[in-house]
Ligand binder design. Structure first.
Ligand SMILES: Cc1cc2nc3c(=O)[nH]c(=O)nc-3n(C[C@H](O)[C@H](O)[C@H](O)COP(=O)(O)O)c2cc1C
Length: 180
């Protein structure tokens, strides 16, 4: 039985949902999973949870205005040596990835940027398209996302709730984690 840590960085909950699905897939194969937000991990300062206890580490993070949250790259930089010593996976969740030409680890600009800037190459990399839900956003964010969607030929109706995630791809990714 392996012990996997899944860390997530999620603002509106979608990346968390993807991580829950991955956790469920791994658990159904009789392996143990700990699911934690990267914020909780940082607040803990890893005192109560020791990263060395885990056989595998998975990090999933969403994009906000062109970037993963700061504590994601901070975490990678801080624990890079340890991350390099274990089977690790990283995936990014963003709306650009709803376009076929931007939804692989080689073609998604956000994933590429994070990995280049942090000089880290996890064994497994993934990209998932995220979710649009205008009603969930604050006024300013709603206007901004709507403008971006208009520019990129996405949905602009303010009652749009569209989950672009390919859940079969998420399940396949969980299988790849299992094989690491
Ligand atoms: C305020 C805001 C800014 C966003 N900026 C981007 C962006 O720059 N590029 C992109 O591809 N997706 C962007 N997204 C889409 C999110 O990455 C997507 O909705 C994702 O599912 C959010 O995941 P989360 O709920 O785990 O935070 C943005 C979403 C919001 C609400």
């Amino acid at each position: 039985m392996t012990n996997t840590l899944i860390l997530y960085s999620s603002i509106d909950g979608h990346t968390h949902k993807i991580c829950q699905r991955i956790a469920h897939q791994i658990e159904t194969q009789q392996h143990s999973v700990t699911l934690l937000s990267i914020d909780a991990m940082a607040a803990n300062n890893t005192d109560t949870i020791s990263l060395t206890e885990f056989d595998k580490i998975v990090i999933g993070a969403s994009i906000r205005y062109g970037k993963h949250r700061k504590n994601v790259s901070q975490f990678i930089r801080q624990y890079k040596t340890l991350l390099n010593s274990k089977p690790c996976a990283f995936f990014s969740v963003n709306l650009v990835a709803r376009k076929a030409e931007k939804n692989t680890s080689d073609s998604n600009p956000y994933l590429q940027k994070l990995l280049t800037e942090s000089n880290w190459q996890p064994k497994l990399k993934g990209v998932f398209a995220g979710k649009v839900d205008y009603q969930q956003y604050r006024f300013f964010d709603r206007q901004m996302i709507r403008m971006i969607m208009w520019m990129t030929k996405g949905p602009t109706a303010l009652d749009s709730v569209i989950d672009y995630t390919d859940w079969v791809k998420v399940d396949d990714f969980a299988q790849e984690i299992h094989k690491l």
